[in-house]
Design a protein around this ligand. Structure first.
Ligand SMILES: CC(C)(COP(=O)(O)O)[C@@H](O)C(=O)NCCC(=O)O
Ligand SMILES: [Mn+2]
Length: 930
């Protein structure tokens, strides 16, 4: 499989990363191979997928590649791939075969019941929740894979398709897109077998893609100036019109006015082909990348005629040109008595690159001006994610907007992270039957697995040259471990420098090292999760930004990277121990540490490498990386231990609480939540603290220090909302969503007693917990048992007068399935029978991005009028500034000195009780500290 570059693989809805890993091995699936033969470490998890596929697919369609060949030359206008022996239907695959690269996008759907589905079912069954927001077309949870091949290795591509069995499926056709510039398009059902027609036309393809709203995907579009990417979130309603400039061998410019409304308005024959063709002749470079890399070391002053050359080194201010403006590309060569050999190839390459980029930039700018267009999207083979090229084009577009050239309304030069795959994606999405027509940004989760390099990709670390070099029984994990020693942090780009020309005439970005195409694209695996939704209670979803800390501040970035790096050895120890400390676990732990360090190094070098970077993304990446190396729950035993210890003292706490007046009790409860939030295994300071005492000792110490006023203290407003003031009273909240944080004392001694209080007041409570483990956070799976235990303890306690609020509410909410508790002696309190429920939040991170939550949570939010966000991750790192359509209480102990200083001008262990109340007619309650 030489020549394969798999930038990224994909996944949907998949907690079941194992499928992904199996796929990544990308060994040809031999019908003789059975599940058990996958072998190697991780066999238990990795084998079934391939095995299942084979068992399942016995009667499924096959792509018969025997005698397959491109008919004619692929530069031809209408090339086809002949599959003379094909007899079955094929599906889920689209290719864009360009002059130099074949881009392939394929979709894999989880046909097996995934772990997550099973869990969802369990939680849903327990809750009796049905998902009424189901889409009407077939579920499309799955993954979009992006793979590239060199065009002259079409056979590798076909082999790849065969090895992955991509052609299996229903009755779709394969759509092949061939050629850079042609504007034709055809599609044949594979029912016609024998021939699969090819189609092409970069411009058309782009338009098709945009039609499908990919442009609205988060962190997809960005500007690139002076080496800096800036992501721009484009509202689909504001997307049109735009100019699409596809720089292939030649250049096409398409004006896109709306869904399906586009027209080719211009173009130029001076494009990527010109750069590569002329460059090859003039420099003897062997590849496009080599030529581009040369340009980065070039100095175009030796060849280009500059304004200063004409005006004696002076600017020409009258018309707004500075001395370093290029007056004539290659113009100096006419006046000097030099031969080609007398010029440095580096300088030639740079002059050529500037000449062509500036020309494209100028024509694009003029066309944008002609039609009053504000955005120009650049894509195509010429760009390929190269920072330097993007900078040059941006510079060129913006140059024409400087002083005297500037006209009304500046056009922005924009680029796209998936641009290398747009053609194939556009083709893929044009299959109506995929049901992707109303795909929304929030249903796509992009992940950056480490496995990709080991199937040939180049996101990080060394690729394995030949996937089959170690026989087909070896897994990508094995390869990772074997190759682990070779992993080095990516070489940092030298800081942005100038060519020494100064002024606005040259782009600043000029890295010392040119990133390879594959790594520069930074394309992750797009997980399509149709069940994700935007949290309906966000006041302004469009303006919502989950992250509080801005990591574009380099000081912040370095600080948090150091924190995470220092935490790594401890985390690896926990992770390895959680898997029994076996040799396999140790190897995986080692591989995880390397992989996560490589991610950190990559991001430190280029923070925008994976899209806009916030602290929440970093913390999530760590969890994803653990999962990729098959660490299911690193803190499992710690969580269990802390749950048990806390449950043991819960009855006494409840008794104490019940002896208090309502008002004192409310304060004590909030203090309790804040105090118990100290149990955070993700914070260095807290982990150090745990060496100094037992859980209960630490809890007591934390509790005793919990004096008001807290650093952020809206308790009085909250209290007023709960109890009213004087004779003014508000009804209790209808439904409260409690976003819970950690296991152990945090949930048992903090949030559960608070939930109980709300229930007692007649407020229905929904505990919102993680779908997947993250640090020591409690998960939705774990909560029903904890609640059951807590309810049991209540009635088991020596004082039967303690009401059984939790138990009855949990029963009403479907959390307790049987009459596990004898209720005969327990007196019923006068509270209404409101349910206590649990829903999963749809994420597996210590933070929460409310643009992507589970459909269950979105459904539960419908009737909610109070949300309580608890913990640093959910209420400080993220959502600290989020505004909601209902009352919102944010509770957290700040367990990091720097964050305390930055965010609340305070100190470590200070607390936040931030309450934002909706405007009730009630004047006293009409404010909050926000
Ligand atoms: C990961 C966390 C956000 C979890 O905090 P929690 O949400 O559990 O309160 C927090 O532990 C954290 O920010 N840790 C890194 C900083 C540190 O070690 O101080
Ligand atoms: Mn936590």
């Amino acid at each position: 499989m030489a020549g394969l570059t798999e930038d990224t693989v994909l996944g949907i809805d998949d907690i079941k990363e194992k499928d992904e890993e199996t796929e990544r091995t990308s060994k040809p699936i031999d019908k003789e191979v059975s599940a058990g033969e996958e072998g190697g470490q991780g066999e238990r998890d990795m084998a079934p997928s391939a095995g299942n596929l084979i068992h399942r697919s016995g009667s499924r369609p096959q792509l018969d590649l025997s005698k397959a060949a491109i008919a004619g030359n692929f530069e031809e206008r209408n090339p086809t791939i002949l599959l003379p022996n094909q007899s079955d239907d094929i599906s889920h695959l689209a290719l864009d075969i360009g002059g130099s690269l074949i881009k392939l996008v394929y979709f894999s759907r989880h046909e097996d019941q995934s772990i997550s589905d099973k869990r969802k079912k369990t939680v849903k069954e327990r809750l009796g929740i049905s998902n009424c927001n189901r889409r009407s077309y077939p579920i499309l949870g799955g993954r979009l894979h992006f793979v590239k091949f060199e065009t002259n290795k079409i056979n590798d591509c076909l082999e790849f398709i065969d090895s992955k069995q991509l052609h299996r499926g229903d009755n779709y056709g394969i759509l092949l897109l061939i050629g850079m510039d042609s504007l034709w398009h055809s599609e044949l059902s594979a029912n016609d077998n024998a021939v699969i027609k090819a189609t092409g036309g970069g411009a058309y393809k782009f338009a098709d893609l945009f039609k499908e709203r990919l442009g609205a995907i988060r962190h997809e579009a960005f500007t690139h100036k002076e080496g800096q990417k800036e992501f721009v979130q484009i509202d689909h309603n504001e997307l049109f019109p735009y100019l699409l400039v596809n720089i292939g061998s030649g250049v096409s410019m398409i004006k896109v006015d709306g869904d399906g409304k586009f027209q080719r308005v211009s173009g130029t024959n001076v494009g990527g082909g010109t750069y590569w063709g002329l460059g090859r002749l003039l420099t003897k470079c062997k590849s496009f990348d080599e030529l581009l890399e040369l340009s980065q070391r070039g100095d175009n002053r030796t060849i280009d005629m500059l304004v200063g050359d004409i005006y004696g080194g002076m600017d020409y201010p009258k018309i707004g040109l500075s001395a370093s403006t290029i007056a004539s590309s290659f113009g100096k060569a006419i006046s000097e008595n030099k031969e080609l050999e007398d010029y440095r190839p580096e300088d030639i390459s740079l002059s050529l690159l500037r000449m062509i980029s500036y020309n494209i930039g100028q024509i694009s700018h003029l066309n944008a001006l002609r039609f009053g267009i504000k955005r120009i999207f650049f894509g195509g083979f010429f760009i390929r994610g190269h920072a330097y090229t993007m900078d040059t084009i941006s510079f060129a577009v913006h140059f024409w907007q400087f002083p005297i050239f500037r006209s009304k309304g500046e056009a922005q030069a924009m680029f796209l992270r998936h641009e290398g795959f747009l053609g194939a994606l556009g083709a893929f999405m044009s299959y109506e039957k995929h049901g992707l027509d109303d795909l929304m940004a929030h249903q796509l989760v992009e992940r950056f697995p480490m496995g990709a390099p080991y199937t040939g990709g180049k996101i990080h670390g060394p690729p394995l040259g030949d996937l089959n070099e170690k026989a087909s029984v070896i897994s990508w994990m094995e390869k990772f471990v074997q190759k682990g020693t070779e992993i080095t942090a990516p070489v940092p780009m030298t800081p942005s420098g100038t060519t020494g020309l100064g002024g606005f005439e040259v782009p600043l970005s000029k890295g010392g090292i040119l990133r390879s195409d594959a790594s520069a694209l930074n394309v992750g695996v797009l997980h399509l999760v149709p069940s994700l939704e935007v949290f309906p209670l966000l006041a302004d979803p469009k303006m919502y930004e989950p992250n509080t800390i801005d990591l574009s501040d380099h000081g912040e970035l370095e600080y948090w990277f150091t924190v995470l790096s220092e935490h790594l050895p401890d985390l690896v120890d926990k992770a390895v121990a959680s898997e029994g400390g076996t040799d396999d676990a140790k190897r995986r732990g080692d591989a995880f540490a390397r992989a996560f360090s490589a991610h950190l190094a990559r991001l430190l070098e280029e923070p925008a490498a994976y899209g806009k970077l916030g602290l929440a993304n970093l913390l999530e990446l760590r969890e994803e990386c653990l999962r990729e190396f098959q660490f299911v729950d690193a803190y499992r035993s710690i969580k269990q231990r802390e749950n048990e210890a806390s449950l043991a003292v819960l009855p006494d706490l409840l008794m104490e609480l019940d002896s208090m007046s309502e008002e004192i009790r409310l304060l004590t409860l909030i203090e309790g939540v804040l105090a118990a939030n100290i149990f955070d295994w993700g914070a260095r300071a807290c982990v150090d603290l745990y060496h100094e005492g037992t859980i209960i000792e630490i809890y007591r110490m934390s509790r005793n220090k919990m004096h008001r006023p807290w650093r952020v203290d809206d308790f009085d407003v909250f209290k007023e909302r709960m109890f009213g003031s004087g004779d003014k009273k508000l009804p209790p909240h209808r439904r409260a969503l409690l976003f819970v944080d950690n296991a152990g004392a945090d949930i048992v001694l903090g949030m559960l007693p608070l939930a109980r209080e709300l229930l007692r007041r007649g407020t229905e409570v929904v505990l919102v917990a993680n779908s997947l483990p993250a640090l020591n956070d409690v998960t939705a799976m774990e909560l029903p048992d904890i609640v059951a235990e807590a309810a049991k303890k209540e009635t088991d306690s020596s004082s039967p007068q303690h009401c059984d609020i939790l138990r009855r509410a949990a029963e009403a909410g479907g959390l307790l399935v049987d009459a596990m508790i004898n209720t005969v002696d327990s007196p019923r309190e006068n509270s209404a029978l409101v349910p206590l429920r649990v829903v999963e939040n749809g994420c597996g991170s210590p933070c929460i991005d409310l643009r992507q939550v589970s459909s269950e949570l979105a459904a539960a939010a419908n009737d909610a009028d109070l949300i309580i966000l608890e913990g640093m991750g959910r209420s400080l790192h993220t959502n600290f500034n989020a505004r909601f359509k209902c009352d919102a209480l944010k509770l957290a102990m700040v367990k990091n000195q720097r964050l305390a200083e930055k965010l609340i001008n305070g100190n470590i262990y200070d607390c936040v009780c931030r309450f934002c109340i909706l405007h009730y007619k009630f004047s006293l309650l009409g404010h909050c500290t926000l």
